[in-house]
Design a protein around this ligand. Structure first.
Ligand code: AMP
Length: 413
């Protein structure tokens, strides 16, 4: 009999959910809650070519989870909550302790809570989601799938900061990297696409949170996010890399505490800081209407990606199989893809196929494909990420193992 597994993927301003039938890897329904905590919040469910779309004020991730379960019941995707045999949660930060997914028990949940200081935008919503699911589905295995796991293959020269070595040894200060589930999915997809495990890739995961990954021979060797997801590219509300000396300077100038400044860097910076909007659709619309701050935000976002492509191109010694655009902005915004490809066009001998680029988006018929010309030295591709499937596979594997262990315990009692 097919078993149903629920996947919860909470982003900084969005929550995706999917119900899978396993082991068929068949997604029965998926949904997307958008603009959580903002005006215009809404959600949608998609199944068999059908779509349910509703507008509703959704103020928290907990509310989003509750709405999701109600919709699954009301629309008969499940007849009872007990149909769900396992729940996989995307969890942002596993630090060095978690290099693989794990069944959530009290000690794992405590670790997720204590790691909130490393993932202040994500962990609170994810913890609320886990607790709500534990309450609604008591006894059902809950699995944490960490965004840091895929990057554990980075060499020390890429993950170590040039800070006192004891900061790393005693306190674990190092680059961890995030979006690992997404970067892993893209890498696995590319391995299949090129028919080899030894793929060299530059992956651009551009969403509300944005990160890039340098993949050499199928393994992550570098990524833009760091000790926390605040580092690297400019993001929706996060600053990305800045000079750390700005922090004490602003504390003094604006009479702010360290937490207030870190909060500003996480929640009031990035696109929002420059152009007063964090949604890339708003940035594009404003820029097209001549808003100079939105144009500046667009340009700075582009430049932060281009700089990193250059870095990874050299780390891969110029041997790049593909540059991949993925996640909300990467999958849906031809204008930013065009701007980025135009910047790297000459040095990397890549030419944009404009027509193909303009035709690919998740809301169009064509959702993935090549946007570089055949003569280009490197493929440039748009590939929708599928963190949900990655999470479903781990949830299925660990839930099965967990049930076997429980059964064994019963036999020997
Ligand atoms: P994610 O964090 O991957 O869900 O991505 C969210 C980001 O993707 C937001 O900045 C959205 O504005 C952007 N996005 C989603 N859909 C579109 C679209 N149709 N056009 C442009 N940007 C989009």
């Amino acid at each position: 009999m097919n078993e149903k597994y629920l996947v919860i993927n909470a982003g900084s301003s969005s929550l995706k959910f999917s119900l899978y039938e396993m082991p068929e890897e068949k997604e029965i329904v998926n949904g997307y809650v958008e603009r959580i905590g903002n005006e215009g919040s809404c959600y949608s469910l998609k199944y068999n070519g059908n779509k349910i779309q509703k507008e509703k004020l959704i103020m928290s991730h907990v509310e989003a989870v509750q709405i999701m379960l109600q919709e699954l019941l009301q629309n008969n995707f499940i007849s009872d909550l007990s149909d769900i045999k396992g729940v996989g949660h995307r969890v942002l930060h596993g630090a060095e302790k978690y290099s693989d997914s794990v069944i959530i028990d009290d000690s794992v949940l405590n670790d997720i809570v204590s790691l909130t200081e490393l993932g202040p935008l994500h962990h609170p919503g994810q913890i609320d989601g886990i607790k709500a699911m534990q309450e609604c589905l008591p006894g059902v295995p809950q699995v944490a799938v960490y965004d840091t796991a895929f990057h554990q293959t980075m060499p020390i020269e890429n993950y170590l900061y040039a800070t006192p070595y004891e900061w790393y040894e005693k306190d674990g200060v190092r680059k961890y990297g995030f979006h690992g589930t997404s970067h892993k999915y893209i890498t696995e997809t590319m391995k299949e696409h090129y028919g080899t495990d030894n793929v060299n890739l530059i992956i651009c995961h551009l969403g509300s949170g944005a990160s890039m990954c340098c993949v050499k021979n199928g393994k992550s060797i570098d990524t833009t996010m760091g000790f926390t997801p605040l580092a690297g590219l400019i993001m929706g509300t996060r600053s990305g890399d800045i000079d750390p000396s700005i922090i004490p300077y602003i504390m003094k100038k604006q009479n702010k505490t360290i937490n207030e400044v870190i909060d500003d860097l996480n929640k009031k910076s990035g696109l929002l800081g420059i152009a007063s909007k964090n949604d890339f659709r708003d940035i594009c619309a404003m820029a097209n209407n001549g808003n100079t701050n939105a144009q500046l935000a667009f340009t700075k976002f582009k430049k932060s990606v281009v700089k990193q492509i250059a870095d990874y191109y050299f780390q891969l010694n110029g041997k790049v199989d593909a540059i991949i655009f993925t996640a909300g902005i990467g999958e849906n915004t031809p204008s930013i893809r065009e701007a980025i490809v135009n910047e790297i066009s000459n040095p990397m001998n890549i030419k944009l196929n404009k027509e193909s680029n303009n035709n690919i988006a998740s809301f169009k018929e064509q959702k993935s494909g090549k946007i570089s010309t055949n003569e280009s030295s490197t493929d440039v591709l748009v590939i929708p990420t599928n963190e949900e499937l990655m999470i479903a596979l781990d949830t299925y594997r660990l839930s099965k193992e967990n049930n076997k262990d429980n059964n064994k315990t019963k036999v020997y009692k």
